[in-house]
Design a protein around this ligand. Structure first.
Ligand code: SF4
Ligand code: SF4
Length: 168
């Protein structure tokens, strides 16, 4: 997959999205999408595995059983072509608009760090934007993933978050 910009954007922020810590956790991590765990061996030295019960956390009602949360042990040094999907498509996010259509937006929701690509609204690589839209268009055909994106989109609208659309 192509990169968001034509240079290493980690040089702008010390790879904040991979290295920052929060008050609750001493390292960053990422949730996997349903089924995404099958793309990993669980022996990756650069990832730590945690599983949660979907029913006990704020996931869509359609989700049942285990949800995987990965700790980023390598902090920005994980193999680029093996990163979880949501790492590959950041700082863009899929959003279902009021008409039920998929749009691609800058991820502006509450994060424990600031992404310069978003805060400075830097021009992103067109190929990255197009490829990211295509990836999410395919992914939301999976009902469990659609339900997550729909839930996040509804929260964004309810919270009055700015919806900054890049595509289409
Ligand atoms: S995506 Fe944003 S936060 Fe992550 S390394 Fe690039 S500029 Fe920094
Ligand atoms: S899995 Fe890798 S790319 Fe994703 S947030 Fe963690 S260190 Fe960064």
């Amino acid at each position: 997959m192509v990169s968001p910009v034509h240079f290493d954007c980690g040089s702008l922020c010390g790879a904040a999205c991979c290295t920052c810590t929060s008050e609750e956790k001493d390292s960053m991590g990422i949730y996997l999408l349903p089924g995404e765990e099958k793309l990993f061996t669980r022996k990756e030295s650069w990832l730590g595995w945690n599983s949660l019960d979907a029913e006990e956390y704020e996931f869509p009602d359609s989700w049942h059983g285990k949800v995987f949360f990965l700790d980023c042990k390598a902090k920005a040094l994980c193999p680029r072509n093996r990163r979880p999907i949501q790492c590959r498509t950041f700082p863009l996010a899929p959003h279902i608009d009021e008409k039920g259509a998929l749009v691609l937006i800058y991820q502006k929701g509450p994060l424990p760090y600031s992404c310069p690509l978003v805060s400075r609204r830097m021009k992103l690589n067109n190929d990255f934007v197009k490829a990211t839209y295509t990836v999410w268009k395919h992914l939301i055909r999976e009902p469990l993933i659609y339900d997550l994106i729909k839930m996040d989109s509804t929260y964004r609208l309810e919270d009055g978050e700015e919806i900054d659309i890049l595509m289409p």
